[in-house]
Design a binder for this molecule. Structure first.
Ligand SMILES: [Zn+2]
Length: 426
């Protein structure tokens, strides 16, 4: 009797297996792994994020994805430098300054400057608008010494902690030193800065299914990093990042699995888990420089699909909906389906600019984030309670299957979204 039941179950579940739709079991397994306490919140520059990367790469390998042309495995590694001041001594009219009277936006060179150096000297005088002066100077591509009038002491001390943190930049990228000193412009000065430079290795995880139109790329992405260990709340200090963004990463993995079982697509599909979204967006920045953005037809960036949107259970929203025809095309592909794609309901939250899609959109790619979380009231966002217990696994599963359907028209070449107007993206 038992055996017979088993047989019946196997037979009735066959059609599903052939359709290779994502199941809640698969989603649950991946979610559990990525949001486990052992991953310690997948913080960039920790060994724990490497475990997450290896896990994603293993999945890509199981599905038989190809690696990117220039890579010999699924890890798209790149290098950065973390630069901090090691020894610093600044004197102004012969008087040595306390360290809380200056900060440096630092390159990886050691500096010996005085009033005789060629370096440009600027000032933020009394009465000036500190905020806007600072932002103008910050954008200049040159070495600078800036004397900030002591009347700006409050603002100066507000900016100093932030800009005193180690400066991270891509290895080999040309950098400038900008030294902000709180003092009236002196007759003479000397600036001596020795830097400590730490080399960092990061990795996106990327796999490919080559289409018949090799150079027309449809990109599915999600960041897999999170914020790591934070202030303990009731004995828990691990921000597991189940919704943010194990859910999106799970979607990318499952979509890769699904499409790997379909016939060769018309367009090439890339599946990328980005690193360092939470720490400056370096993963997507690096990725965007390794290929020609004009070849990317559309970017489905998946962010926080762990919770259904308030009052609209079977729906996801698309950031920057009006910036290309991407959203409308997704709506067309899912007409009559029990799942809808809507414009972002939180325009004031600036979500279009708060994830990796913005990096590609600035290059003209129809690059949008797809999300479902009621971000304005979500009690778990960037907290230790963002755990597998607070997400809805069935909703994640439904959303992944809906995205697979919504992408069909673009993958088959039937639909091509309009490009994003770069002048409309800041
Ligand atoms: Zn996120």
């Amino acid at each position: 009797m038992k055996r017979l039941i088993l047989l019946v179950i196997v037979i009735t579940s066959l059609p599903l297996a052939i359709a290779a739709q994502t199941t809640q079991e698969d989603v649950s397994e991946i979610m559990k792994t990525l949001s486990a306490d052992e991953m310690k919140g997948r913080k960039v520059f920790t060994p724990h994020i490497e475990e997450a990367a290896d896990f994603i790469a293993e999945k890509f390998s199981e599905f038989g994805l190809q690696t990117l042309d220039e890579e010999d495995d699924y890890l798209q590694e790149f290098h950065m430098e973390s630069i901090s001041l090691e020894n610093s001594r600044i004197t102004v009219d012969g008087k040595a300054l306390d360290t809380d009277n200056f900060f440096v936006l630092a390159s990886n060179r050691n500096i010996r400057w005085s009033e005789n150096a060629q370096t440009d000297v600027k000032s933020i005088p009394t009465g000036a608008d500190f905020r806007s002066e600072f932002s103008n100077l910050n954008q200049l591509e040159e070495d600078l010494i800036v004397f900030v009038d002591p009347t700006h002491s409050d603002m100066f001390q507000r900016y100093r902690p932030y800009f005193s943190r180690p400066n991270r930049s891509f290895s080999g990228e040309s950098q400038h030193d900008k030294v902000f000193i709180m003092a009236e412009e002196p007759e003479n000065f000397s600036i001596s800065l020795d830097k400590n430079v730490e080399q960092l290795t990061l990795a996106n995880v990327a796999g490919k299914i080559e289409g018949k139109r090799k150079d027309e790329i449809v990109l599915f992405s999600a960041h897999y990093d999170h914020i790591g260990v934070v202030q303990p709340v009731e004995g828990d200090s691990i921000a597991n990042g189940a919704n943010d963004n194990a859910s999106g990463t799970t979607a990318v993995i499952e979509l890769a699995g699904y499409f790997s079982q379909q016939p060769q697509p018309e367009r090439t599909l890339l599946f990328v888990a980005f690193t360092a979204e939470e720490a400056g967006g370096y993963g997507s920045k690096y990725f965007s420089r390794q290929l020609h953005p004009d070849n990317i037809v559309a970017m489905f960036n998946i962010e926080m699909i762990g919770k259904p949107f308030t009052g609209k259970p079977n729906s996801a929203w698309i950031t920057g909906f009006e910036k290309s025809s991407f959203g409308k095309l997704l709506q067309k592909s899912t007409e009559g389906m029990d799942y809808t794609f809507l414009p972002d309901p939180y325009p004031n939250q600036n979500l279009f600019y708060r994830s990796d899609n913005a990096t590609l959109a600035r290059l003209g790619v129809p690059a949008h984030s797809i999300s479902t979380t009621p971000i304005d009231v979500d009690p778990d966002y960037h907290r230790v309670t963002d755990e597998i217990e607070t997400v809805d696994l069935q909703h994640i599963t439904d959303t992944i299957n809906a995205i697979a359907r919504a992408a069909e028209g673009i993958i088959s070449g039937e639909h091509t979204p309009t490009r994003v107007d770069r002048s409309m993206v800041n």
